[in-house]
Design a protein around this ligand. Structure first.
Ligand code: ADE
Ligand code: ZN
Length: 322
């Protein structure tokens, strides 16, 4: 349809992509072979067949297993370059890429190899790209603090910090000190909140962690006062439609609340989260929501505009897209 080609071809920014979630089964097997890593699956088909998730944790278990093939700087480079090339095909002009260093340093991979590999691809790649270091919230705040200190020799290679992994039971306030430290270092701050967790987690991410964007945030609509506040703050929500249906945050795409978020005046936009696991990259997400929800041309433009407004591009760069 005409709407489809408009959303596919329009320039956009991607602000919620976990680079380890862009690792396709074919690349997992190729890297396993290259590095002599033994996988629990016999084939690409068998691995793909295991991608039947019931909630966030059922996905995270497989996602961390997939990341176990990443050992060398070149592996991180190859993964990131593959993503950037794929994003360019979807007319993504700028990407702010999450990475999970603890997933790798816990296996003995040096921090230098993780950051240098991803960063080298981000500078050589076909589109603009910046990095955001995420802390795993199922681990302790001490572990997060040690991770931030270990990353400081590479301070110029990332622009911010985030918070991801298992949400329920690990509220933002658990990471108040490490976010305060990151803020002192001049880093941008974001956190996953209100994906599976309650609206109260969105509130503490904003008030205690002082985040500049909320990742997901879709459960904010359960709290009308919070929704009004987020709209007044122009607090961006990095929404991930295919992720939300695959992880059963919404049963079906027609149940997704993206249109309600926009109608509430929220700065929401579309992102892919973990495209290799959830059935698609940016344009697959756009096509899925535009097919399922009564969204039109004005919504398409609003989503693209919101993606650039919410980005951490310098004001002058941002202006070119607004
Ligand atoms: N890590 C990768 N994808 C994630 C998500 N959607 N929520 C929390 N942690 C994640
Ligand atoms: Zn995410």
């Amino acid at each position: 349809t005409q709407m489809r080609s408009i959303v596919q071809n329009m320039p956009k920014a991607e602000l919620h992509i976990h680079i380890e979630g862009s690792l396709e089964p074919e690349l997992i097997f190729a890297l396993a072979q290259r590095n002599g890593v033994k996988l629990a699956y016999q084939s690409v088909e068998e691995l793909r067949a295991a991608y039947a998730f019931t909630n966030l944790q059922s996905f995270l278990d497989i996602y961390y297993a997939g990341a176990s093939v990443l050992l060398k700087e070149q592996d991180f480079y190859d993964m990131t370059m593959a993503y950037l090339q794929r994003a360019k095909a979807d007319h993504v002009r700028h990407a702010e890429i999450f990475f999970d260093p603890q997933t790798h340093t816990a296996r003995g991979v040096p921090m230098a190899d993780v950051i240098n590999g991803i960063h080298r691809a981000a500078t050589e790649g076909p589109i603009s790209a910046k990095l955001i270091l995420c802390f795993l919230r199922h681990l302790s705040e001490e572990d997060a603090l040690a991770t931030l200190e270990a990353a400081l020799p590479f301070r110029e290679q990332f622009i911010g910090v985030g918070l991801d992994s298992s949400e329920v039971g690990h509220p933002p306030e658990k990471f108040a000190r490490v976010f305060a430290r990151a803020r002192d270092l001049g880093l941008h701050l974001v956190a996953h909140a209100g994906e599976e967790g309650p609206p109260a987690y969105i509130e503490t991410a904003v008030d205690l962690l002082k985040v500049e964007r909320v990742d997901h945030g879709v459960r904010c609509l359960e709290d009308p006062a919070l929704t009004r506040r987020l709209a007044a703050l122009r607090m961006p929500l990095t929404v991930c439609p295919l992720s939300n249906t695959k992880l059963r945050v919404f049963d079906q795409m027609k149940d997704h609340n993206l249109l309600d978020l926009l109608d509430a005046g929220l700065v929401a936009m579309v992102n892919s989260d973990d495209p290799a696991y959830f059935g698609g990259y940016m344009n697959d997400n756009f096509v899925a929501v535009f097919d399922a929800l009564p969204l039109g041309l004005a919504h398409a433009h609003q989503l693209a505009r919101n993606s650039f407004e919410a980005s951490f591009l310098p004001a002058q760069e941002k202006q070119k897209y607004l």
